[in-house]
Design a protein around this ligand. Structure first.
Ligand code: OXD
Ligand code: MN
Length: 593
């Protein structure tokens, strides 16, 4: 295919002059192209065929053992001024960053094929969608981009019509962690990634474009690019409420997006519809509501823990036509990970499985699959105008303090709740696991500009004509004194979503507390859950002194954003702190009396 867009042709020629590939392949996104790529990877050994009887069309890729997760310390956001990147990003002067990474790209594709991938993030005819072109020397990246984006001829036609696109240059390089950078140039709508083949570092449409670059674009164009799932909840009356939810990586976004209602709910006629499991782009519609699209076309889900009991919809989705990365394999060549029945014989590195070497599947092993294969996939995922949101939910892994659910009293309070989000770290990024870190709106690794400006951008949606979704915070991960999770999670999370929808409809009042509105005692439907009231009390308990400490910690965190922190957020923080002080007073007086 030849391009008619001069700027695209020029850029491809420039990159070819720098990287010196043996040949250039323009991807058209056809099935024939995909089949040929798979054959080539099978020949080269970068793809291994899995059991085609049990898993037709399924393949395994084993990455370099030192290239298994996002590398936040090697990820840079490079606006011209350091202050614009904010303390939430690593910054490098753009000229220096280009120089450094171009030196790595110099001649790096010699003897290799350079693939040019035009792609569209979002339904191809959606005004909310945005396009990009990724150049890569990795066939694995092309195959994954085919599943994760609308890639090929249709995207190229849109790019030629619009005349603009995000430029993404990727090379696997030597897969050497010492020669690895993921650089973003938001002001040039450009991404350069070298030395990693791992999803979040190499599939540039995903985190690099759809979050880091898009969050910058969204700020200047009046919309939001967020690390959120989108799910539709259909009640027995046939009304569907759409909910977007932000959780840090590997905290259950895919499970919530594909939730199976508890039996009683199913019998009553509740249904769940999946729009997206990781990224949400949203913007106000003419009626003042926020409309959301999923810019992705597939799921790049965490495999371990995915099972018939946790997420049968995901398991059904990946029974065919799926690329697995870094999972283990059974004796009859089926993909395997911790949480599945059966026994692994080969671990994720291709060695005979030995428990002494750690888990059989890498904790961040993944599946890449088309969203359409999900039994709960919604046609609305293709709606050009997006779906209207009734609620936005923030959440993290918090073993204590944070209640099962709370609602913000208004938009400013909700923005504070999102800004204050914290979570224990997971295996999705390199580094220690299980450490509490603040992760505002689950965007800490993905916000392409200063968090202070980002909070201000969120606040700016609160306009008189706006009909904004209600904002909530949830915590599925609170533990009891025995160290066990108090809430069963998974399908039972629908009980919490139902309460949110009742709040949206004005059918329940909740209880006002200093930290937000919590469900009143009888407002959460527990029938058939086996959860006793005492446990619910523990899940909803508000420990005022501990919350005062939390507010103190949140204040110190917000101070990191200095003069860019919006005054309205400071005021909101002071308001909650004062409400907590009021709540603490009678107890102190009683204690002193
Ligand atoms: C992901 C992540 O891959 O957040 O979605 O790391
Ligand atoms: Mn994610």
């Amino acid at each position: 295919m030849s391009s008619t867009l001069q700027s695209l042709e020029n850029w491809v020629a420039e990159v070819a002059a720098l990287t010196r590939p043996a040949n250039i392949h323009w991807c058209d996104g056809s099935e024939a192209e995909y089949a040929a790529l798979k054959q080539q990877m099978l020949r080269e050994g970068t793809l291994v065929e899995l059991n085609q009887q049990t898993h037709p069309g399924c393949y395994l890729h084993r990455s370099h053992p030192l290239d298994v997760a996002r590398v936040e310390h090697l990820t840079f956001v490079c606006p011209p001024q350091r202050e614009d990147a904010g303390p939430n990003n690593h910054w490098m002067d753009p000229a220096e960053a280009h120089r450094k990474i171009d030196a790595l790209f110099d001649g790096c594709m010699q003897g290799r094929t350079m693939y040019v991938i035009p792609y569209c993030m979002g339904p191809i005819d959606s005004p909310l969608a945005r396009c990009g072109v990724e150049i890569t020397d990795s066939a694995y990246v092309v195959a994954n981009m085919k599943i994760m984006t609308r890639m090929g001829a249709a995207a190229q036609a849109r790019i030629e019509r619009e005349g603009s696109f995000v430029k993404g240059l990727h090379s696997s390089g030597e897969l050497d962690p010492e020669r690895r950078f993921i650089m973003h140039f938001p002001h040039e709508l450009t991404i350069k990634s070298y030395g990693s083949g791992y999803g979040g570092n190499a599939l540039l449409g995903k985190k690099c474009h759809a979050l880091r670059i898009a969050s910058h674009q969204a700020r200047s164009e009046g919309w939001l690019a967020e690390h959120m799932l989108i799910v539709g909840i259909e009640n027995p009356q046939g009304e569907t409420h759409y909910v977007a939810a932000a959780f840090p990586s590997a905290c259950g976004k895919t499970n919530l997006a594909m939730l199976i209602p508890p039996q009683g709910y199913r019998e009553a006629g509740w249904k769940v519809w999946t729009i997206g499991d990781d990224i949400c782009w949203m913007r106000p519609g003419a009626d003042g509501r926020l409309y959301a699209i999923n810019p992705e076309a597939g799921f790049f889900g965490v495999a371990p823990g995915t099972s018939a009991s946790t997420n049968p919809n995901a398991l059904n989705s990946i029974a065919r036509d799926t690329i697995f990365t870094n999972v283990a394999v059974t004796a009859d060549n089926q993909p395997w990970w911790e949480g599945l029945p059966g026994t692994p014989v080969t671990d994720w590195q291709g060695r005979a499985y030995d428990p002494a070497n750690g888990p059989a599947a890498h904790p961040n092993s993944r599946f890449t699959v088309s969203a359409r294969q999900c039994p709960t996939w919604s046609e609305q995922a293709e709606a050009a105008q997006g779906v209207p949101l009734s609620a936005i939910v923030f959440g993290g892994r918090r073993p204590s303090l944070l209640p099962l659910v709370m609602e913000a009293r208004d938009w400013s309070h909700g923005v504070l709740m999102g800004a204050a989000m914290g979570s224990e770290t997971t295996a999705a990024a390199t580094g220690a696991v299980g450490v509490l870190r603040r992760d505002s709106m689950a965007m800490k690794p993905f916000c392409g500009y200063h968090y202070g400006d980002y909070f201000a951008h969120w606040l700016s949606f609160d306009q008189p004509q706006a009909r904004l979704p209600k904002l909530f915070h949830v915590n599925w991960f609170r533990k009891g004194s025995d160290g066990k999770f108090l809430w069963p999670g998974f399908g039972d999370n629908l009980r919490v979503l139902e309460w949110m929808i009742k709040r949206v409809q004005g059918r329940v009042d909740g209880v006002e507390t200093p930290i937000g509105i919590l469900p009143a005692h009888d407002e959460l439907e527990l029938d058939g859950s086996g959860i006793e009231r005492a446990r619910l009390d523990a899940l909803l308990a508000v420990d005022t002194p501990a919350w005062q400490e939390e507010l103190h910690a949140i204040g110190a965190y917000l101070d990191e954003f200095g003069s860019r922190l919006p005054e309205r957020l400071r005021q909101e923080h002071r308001r909650v702190a004062a409400a907590l002080a009021d709540a603490a007073r009678p107890q102190c007086e009683a204690a002193g009396a």
